[in-house]
Design a protein around this ligand. Structure first.
Ligand code: C5P
Length: 224
């Protein structure tokens, strides 16, 4: 069906930052707004897909017509994603924290000797790599993002191979670009055959183009 080319397909989208608690009142986070991931989830739903959006803390309202799971930490995001399998398409647009802390159960207090606390970081699970390498339930198309501040194409190409995903949407998030937290994005789509640079577009237009690509892929690649 031309209007709803992804009807009958299940899609999983991660979006937003994660918050990693330090103690009951503090957390580590990043500047992701969730805008690009939410736009992709919305356009996938408009294309007829059955969408689960797993979102970190954002100020955005739940997009209509999909299942939204709100989580805080990377570990919760992984559990929510696993619960949404099997699916046909996974788009990991979240800015997942790389590390978490064994959170203190009470608020960390300043001490009389003035010595600051030391935060011991432990690695978070990599959701994109976990989905890409799932032996039992790998989605047919797994798409990751690569937010870089230098050597964008080289880093993103290496990341695609390291994580085992099919496509990487690479972008330059240097502060001067205004992309992180902004309304526009300028991306390069990287797949096994190379890199394709897209012009600077509204994040909704980036989502529209990506979803059109996804629909073409789903219709032209034979099921295996
Ligand atoms: O390694 P880096 O964070 O740059 O990788 C970016 C890609 O990997 C994004 O698609 C992001 O959503 C995903 N990712 C993830 N889980 C992590 C770290 C990154 O899914 N723990």
């Amino acid at each position: 069906d031309g209007e709803r080319p992804l009807a009958g397909r299940r899609a999983l989208v991660t979006a937003g930052p994660t918050h990693e608690p330090v103690d009951p009142v503090r957390y580590l986070a990043n500047r992701s707004s969730g805008t690009q991931g939410y736009a992709i989830a919305r356009l996938l739903a408009e294309a007829g897909a059955d969408v689960t959006l797993v979102s970190g803390p954002t100020t955005l309202p739940d997009p209509p017509g999909m299942h939204v799971i709100r989580i805080e930490t990377a570990r919760e995001m992984l559990a929510a994603c696993t619960s949404a399998l099997p699916c046909d398409i996974a788009v990991c647009a979240a800015a997942v924290a790389d590390w978490h802390i064994a959170a203190a159960t009470q608020k960390i207090k300043k001490t009389d000797d003035g010595r600051p606390p030391e935060l011991r970081l432990s690695p978070n699970p990599d959701i994109l790599a976990t989905l890409s390498r799932s032996a039992s339930a790998r989605p047919r198309l797994v798409i990751g993002f690569a937010a870089e501040t230098e050597h964008v194409i080289a880093h993103a190409t290496a990341k695609r191979l390291r994580k085992g995903c099919d496509w990487i949407v690479a972008n330059d998030v240097s502060p001067a670009t205004g992309i992180m937290g902004g309304t526009e994005n300028e991306v390069t789509l990287i797949d096994a055959s190379g890199a394709e640079h897209w012009p600077r577009l509204d994040k909704t237009q980036v989502a529209r183009r990506l979803v059109a690509r996804i629909a073409t892929f789903m219709h032209t690649q034979p099921e295996t």
